[in-house]
Design a protein around this ligand. Structure first.
Ligand code: C5P
Length: 248
């Protein structure tokens, strides 16, 4: 049984305030995509790595990944209009011997090898769709647009929302990556959701939700705070602290 990791890295760096594609933004001098790839290899669970890259940066990604000398086969695939489309493009390139697929965001550059190994082992144990889930520390509310909200006859600044649900915090989890799947199930889920893939406003933001839409079970293993997504420049500064602590 062979395992491939699809590392999604075809997003832009705009929210990080960078001109570089986000996955090439350096963290302690090393591009995010290399941090993520090293941890995937370090798990000992990955036989093949497929990285999705923006169409105009494939050569830059190739150079960075070659330089990282990862020690397993690495291929690059041009990403699509959405994360979902990028994963579908990578899935279509997998060789026949792959039976387990991990899908991981380069933006979760510090997801530890232990987490990656835990997800992969859960899939190999027979669970066909597995996600890491981290507990939430905040109280989470579900909201909907609310009418009204005026002071002295003028509408309040900003949108006013209304609380429509107060879910029990103990029953909530933050969904992280890597997410692990039986290959055939993931292929079926992407085929069923393909009509949404090219519209970023409708595309799935993760792969497990496509599996759930088929009515198939998705299992949750314990997540890791270090697998948090690096989206803003503040996240990047926090990730530098996490990395320095891990090295201390
Ligand atoms: O935009 P978001 O932060 O949700 O992206 C999650 C991951 O998906 C990132 O690692 C990003 O590089 C990747 N992505 C992709 N193809 C796209 C959009 C995002 O591979 N079209």
């Amino acid at each position: 049984m062979s395992t491939a990791a699809i590392l999604t890295a075809a997003g832009s760096g705009s929210r990080l305030g960078h001109l570089l594609p986000k996955a090439l933004v350096p963290l302690a001098g090393v591009p995010l995509v290399v941090h993520a790839a090293r941890r995937l290899v370090g798990s000992g669970a990955v036989d093949l790595l497929v990285v999705t890259a923006p169409a105009d940066s494939v050569a830059d990604f190739q150079a960075v990944l070659d330089g990282a000398q990862l020690g397993i086969p690495v291929s690059l695939v041009v990403g699509g209009a959405s994360r979902q489309a990028s994963v579908a493009a990578a899935l279509a390139q997998l060789p026949p011997e792959i039976s387990v697929v991990l899908v991981h965001d380069a933006a979760r550059a510090l997801a530890p090898s232990s987490l990656i190994a835990r997800v992969e082992a859960a899939v190999r144990s027979g669970l066909r769709a597995v996600v890491p889930g981290a507990r939430v520390t905040d109280t989470i509310i579900e909201v909907a647009p609310a009418g009204g909200g005026a002071l002295d006859g003028r509408p309040l600044a900003g949108s006013v929302l209304e609380v429509v649900d107060n879910p029990d915090r103990d029953a909530l989890r933050i969904v992280q990556t890597p997410q692990g799947f039986d290959r055939a199930l993931l292929v079926r889920a992407h085929a069923a959701g393909a009509h949404r893939a090219d519209d970023e406003t409708r595309a799935a933001t993760d792969d497990a939700s496509l599996v759930a839409a088929l009515g198939e079970a998705v299992h949750v293993v314990t997540g890791d705070p270090d697998a948090a997504k690096i989206t803003t420049s503040r996240d990047l500064r926090l990730a530098e602290i996490v990395l320095a602590d891990a090295r201390a």
